[in-house]
Design a protein around this ligand. Structure first.
Ligand code: SAH
Ligand code: SF4
Ligand code: F3S
Length: 478
């Protein structure tokens, strides 16, 4: 693993260099097309979070630019897995699918296979792939993803596996091609990496130190997205509340939000993720004042036990978290609150678990992601001796899940009968006569409609609540 590359280029020079590699790769692809007498196909599979999804749009942007045509599955000439390693099962999924890929490659000798993303930042993973999955052509990590075009060229010029992984980077490279999954909404990175080192979490090790993008670059990107038909953006970072602290001219997340809110033509602003320790009063005020900011806050709790929160290195306790929720609800009464909770952190007792349950009951989350603790190599929690008995964890997990689901259903029921603004997002997968859309609070609504409605807003009556989603009907155009 390299520390990181010292080619001395600025971000702008690097962008220029990568466009030269894109031109070179185009030639390789068109040569191959002539040989085969057909277009080359590609498939990008994303594991993990919104940040990875956004990275995949950048990979696809480059693949499109050089001439690949996207396909639906792994029967493609170029397959890339953008991996996640936040929990053990995320890793296992990748190994499982790699097994299939080797068979596909036997049938299509032109096939190229690449792996990138968080899992590749773990040296043991790369070792295992080198040894046991030798048919892989290219491996790179999270820090050098902007060099995809260059690495692709190297890989096309070589018969052996190319591996290029860096420990970290200080560079942010702007203006490379992107191919969005949705025409009307987009993720926008506002920062990369994480400095928090929650004791269970591998993200800071695989994503490197926190780096914020310049506000002007963010605004410029959103303006051009809006000009291209985007009406909703999701501002992305592992801890958006600490945005801008390390910029040459520091800017707060609340200030950024106010600037983004001014962008004409933009309708909805979401963001992810907020760390409770850095959630300022000014941010709450900004959310209240900015009409485009959605009425939704994802505020990971992780545990309700102050004792465990300390060992988790979260920098808040149960009381502070509850006080924050109270403040948010006072300022924005109809705000939806969602969260992440881990069950089975080392040393978790019945008492600790009951504290979590107590917070869940008090806060009444609109929805919650519940995770079983997964031991991640290299994190402080992995070395803790008091790992919890899996049966006990499962018992707690089931109790928590039941509670969370009952509360979600009850909360969702409160909006039944109301008329609310919905952004039409996609055709329903099971029933093509329905359109699936979202409320400002992030809840999903299915209502009769046609694909031409996608990307537009409608006033919809929530006629029936079905647990955590609604059936609705259009009342009038928004
Ligand atoms: N930066 C975000 C979270 C990113 S990871 C934040 O701080 O909120 C998403 C979620 O995965 C976390 O909120 C946590 O609940 C869960 N998670 C992270 N590491 C985990 C582990 N080792 N085992 C189980 N869940 C984990
Ligand atoms: Fe992981 Fe904590 Fe950083 Fe979130 S804030 S990515 S949970 S270390
Ligand atoms: Fe997974 Fe990496 Fe995101 S570990 S959750 S894809 S930052």
């Amino acid at each position: 693993m390299r520390d990181f590359e010292a080619n001395g280029l600025s971000g702008a020079e690097e962008t220029k260099l990568q466009y030269e590699y894109i031109e070179k790769a185009k030639k390789y692809v068109s040569q191959k097309e002539k040989e085969l007498g057909r277009k080359l196909t590609c498939y990008v599979k994303t594991f993990g979070c919104q940040m990875n999804a956004r990275d995949s749009e950048k990979l696809l942007g480059i693949l499109n630019e050089i001439g690949y045509v996207e396909t639906e599955d792994e029967h493609a000439d170029f397959v890339i897995y953008n991996t996640c390693t936040v929990r053990e099962n995320a890793n296992n999924k990748v190994y499982g699918r790699l097994g299939y890929l080797s068979n596909y490659k036997k049938k299509n000798p032109h096939m190229m296979i690449a792996l990138c993303g968080c899992m590749m930042q773990e040296p043991e993973v790369v070792e295992k792939i080198r040894k046991s999955y030798r048919f892989v052509n290219l491996i790179f990590g999270t820090h050098n993803i902007y060099k995809f075009a260059e690495l692709l060229c190297r890989s096309m010029e070589s018969d052996s596996m190319i591996v290029d992984i860096w420990k970290d980077t200080d560079k942010i490279v702007e203006d490379l091609p992107v191919q969005r999954k949705y025409s009307f909404k987009s993720g926008v990175n506002i920062m990369f990496g994480c400095n928090n080192f929650c004791s269970y979490c591998i993200v800071p090790y695989v994503r490197g130190r926190e780096r914020s993008r310049e506000p002007k670059d963010i605004i410029r990107e959103i303006e051009s997205l809006v000009a291209d038909g985007v009406c909703e953006v999701m501002l992305l970072g592992q801890n958006v509340n600490s945005y801008g602290k390390n910029l040459e001219h520091p800017v707060t997340f609340a200030e950024l939000l106010r600037e983004v809110n001014k962008i004409e033509g933009l309708k909805r602003i979401r963001f992810m993720t907020s760390h409770p320790k850095d959630l300022s009063d000014d941010l709450i005020l900004a959310m209240k004042e900015c009409d485009k900011v959605c009425k939704h806050m994802h505020l990971p709790l992780q545990s309700g036990s102050s004792r465990l929160l300390k060992i988790m290195n979260r920098h808040y306790d149960k009381e502070q978290y509850l006080a924050l929720v109270k403040k948010l609800r006072e300022a924005i009464p109809d705000i939806a609150l969602t969260t992440d909770i881990i069950v089975g952190f080392p040393g978790e007792t019945e008492e600790d678990f009951n504290e979590t349950l107590d917070v869940v009951k008090q806060v009444q989350y609109d929805s919650a992601f519940t995770f079983i603790y997964s031991k991640r190599t290299g994190t402080p929690a992995a070395a803790m001796k008091n790992q919890v008995d899996p049966d006990e964890v499962k018992r707690h997990f089931d109790i928590l899940l039941k509670e969370v689901q009952e509360i979600s259903a009850k909360k969702a029921k409160e909006l039944e009968g109301r008329v609310m603004e919905v952004l039409a997002e996609e055709q329903n997968i099971q029933d093509a006569s329905l359109i699936t859309g979202r409320l400002s609070n992030n809840s999903v609504v299915h209502f009769p409609g046609t694909p031409d409605m996608i990307g537009k807003f409608y006033m919809v009556r929530l006629t029936e609540c079905r647990g955590f989603y609604y059936l609705g009907e259009i009342v009038e155009d928004a």
